[in-house]
Write a protein that binds this ligand. Structure first.
Ligand code: AMP
Ligand code: MG
Length: 192
C-alpha cells in the first residue's frame, strides 16, 4: 500500500485553537511506497491565507514561516489542486499525526467552495495507532520520537520537517498496523 504522510501548518494565535478561523499556510507531505520504505517523493508548498492574510507574531515564531513566504504563495484552491495532482491516481492511504490535518483540510476546502476528495477520507491517525501499538496515551510527535530514542530532525512546526519526522514514526507503526489488518481479514474470511 502507498502512504501519503501529510502535515499542515496554519495561521494561529496564542492560546487560540479555532480551526474554523485558522487557514492552511503550508502543506508538507512525503510519499512512502510501502510501510517500511524511506520517503520516495516530497511535496512542500506555502499557502497564502485569504481571510486573515497577516501572520501573527506568535505564528511566525511557532512555525518560522515568514510573511513574505505566504505573500508570494498561491491560495489554498491552487496549492490544493497541485497537491492532488502530485498525489496522482494510484490508491493511497492519507496519514497524519492526529485528526487535526484532515479537519483543517475539510475546513479550507469548504471555505474555498469545494469538498475534500473522497480519497482523502481513507485516513489513518498515526498518533492513535502509536498509542495502541505501544500501549501509551496518544502523545505529541516529539514525545513519540523521544520514547523511541529518536531525535526530532529539522524544524518542528514546519510542515515538511514534521512530515519527514512522522514518516520515521510511520515506518515503525505501519508494518504492525498492516499485519493486524491482515490477521483481521484472515479471521473474517475464515468466518465467512
Ligand atoms: P503542528 O503540526 O504541530 O506544527 O501544528 C499545526 C498547526 O497547529 C500550527 O501551524 C498552528 O497553526 C497550530 N498550533 C500548533 N501548536 C500550537 C500552539 N501551541 N498554539 C496555537 N496553535 C498551535
Ligand atoms: Mg506541523
Amino acid at each position: 500500500m502507498r502512504y501519503i504522510i501529510v502535515d499542515l501548518e496554519a495561521t494561529c494565535w496564542e492560546a487560540v485553537r479555532d480551526y474554523e478561523r485558522m487557514e492552511t499556510i503550508e502543506i508538507g507531505a512525503v510519499e512512502l511506497l510501502s510501510a517500511d520504505a524511506l520517503p520516495y517523493r516530497e511535496f512542500d508548498r506555502f499557502v497564502r491565507p485569504i481571510v486573515e492574510p497577516e501572520l501573527s507574531d506568535f505564528c511566525r515564531r511557532l512555525t518560522t514561516i515568514r510573511q513574505r513566504d505566504v505573500e508570494r504563495a498561491d491560495d489554498f484552491r491552487t496549492v490544493f489542486a497541485e497537491f492532488v495532482t502530485w498525489i496522482g491516481d494510484t490508491p493511497f492511504f492519507l496519514c497524519s499525526w492526529g485528526e487535526y490535518d484532515l479537519t483543517q483540510f475539510r475546513i479550507d476546502c469548504k471555505r474555498h467552495g469545494f469538498t475534500l476528495p473522497a480519497s482523502f477520507e481513507q485516513h489513518l491517525n498515526l498518533k492513535k495507532e502509536f498509542g495502541r501499538l505501544f500501549g501509551v496515551k496518544a502523545s505529541g510527535m516529539e514525545q513519540a520520537l523521544t520514547r523511541l530514542g529518536l531525535r526530532l530532525e529539522g524544524t518542528h512546526h514546519r510542515g515538511i520537517d514534521d512530515a519527514r519526522n512522522i514518516a520515521r514514526l510511520a515506518n515503525l507503526i505501519l508494518p504492525s498496523w498492516e499485519a493486524n489488518n491482515r490477521q483481521k481479514r484472515d479471521r473474517d474470511s475464515g468466518r465467512a
